[in-house]
Design a protein around this ligand. Structure first.
Ligand SMILES: Cc1cc2nc3c(=O)[nH]c(=O)nc-3n(C[C@H](O)[C@H](O)[C@H](O)COP(=O)(O)O)c2cc1C
Length: 191
């Protein structure tokens, strides 16, 4: 399951869905209304395009959907990006929409729940909510790209984060060069 909420960076969700589709991974997608807004404000993609990448899409308000029950078997869920509001809903078990209900079910069924949280700076409420969600079993994976693969384009930065999400679900990819110690040509950092 892929939940997309109104944190900055819906491009992460677009790249994730494109890569999952390429690999024929079955995806169940829920977009929040704020995610639809950030897609419009921050990218050149349409909501229709993003939804077309998923095997199945759901209405944010439809808490009767199949994915709102633990009896519907999944490999887990990623919320990408995960707003601080949605993080708060996960941390408090306040499941009043399908993203939050599916996340709650994922935790109760002890399946992987990856939260690609996006905000900066964090206040204590955000930090406390991340702590509570992590204690409940969620994997907190901030949208915080690394630089060890020497990115030169924005897509490489985005793909490094998306690659780390795929790593969490054991999906093979080569979206970024994994760190395996300094390579020939890297500066000698030893004494
Ligand atoms: C362009 C834009 C960028 C935003 N970026 C963030 C962000 O990075 N993190 C965040 O927590 N909220 C961000 N927000 C605010 C959320 O979209 C807002 O709190 C919303 O109610 C979240 O609802 P949702 O979690 O149901 O999608 C942003 C809003 C807009 C319009």
């Amino acid at each position: 399951m892929v939940g997309v909420t109104g944190g900055s960076g819906p491009i992460y969700a677009v790249r994730l869905l494109e890569e999952l589709k390429k690999r024929d991974v079955e995806t169940h997608l829920i977009l929040s209304p704020s995610a639809a807004l950030t897609i419009k404000l921050e990218t050149d993609y349409t909501v229709d395009y993003v939804e077309s990448l998923a095997s199945r899409k759901y209405n944010f308000r439809d808490v009767s959907a199949a994915i709102s029950s633990g009896s519907f078997r999944t490999d887990g869920m990623v919320i990408i990006p995960c707003s601080m509001k949605t993080l708060a809903g996960v941390a408090s078990g306040y499941s009043d929409n399908l993203v939050l209900r599916a996340a709650d079910v994922t935790l109760k069924e002890r399946r992987p729940l990856v939260l690609v949280v996006r905000e900066t700076p964090y206040n204590l409420i955000h930090i406390r909510n991340m702590y509570i969600a992590a204690r409940a079993g969620a994997i907190i994976m901030p949208a915080s790209p690394a630089f060890y693969h020497r990115p030169t384009t924005m897509q490489q930065l985005v793909d490094q984060v998306v690659g780390r999400v795929l790593d969490m679900f054991g999906v093979e990819h080569n979206l970024y060069r994994k760190w395996s110690g300094p390579q020939a040509g890297d500066k000698d950092v030893g004494e």
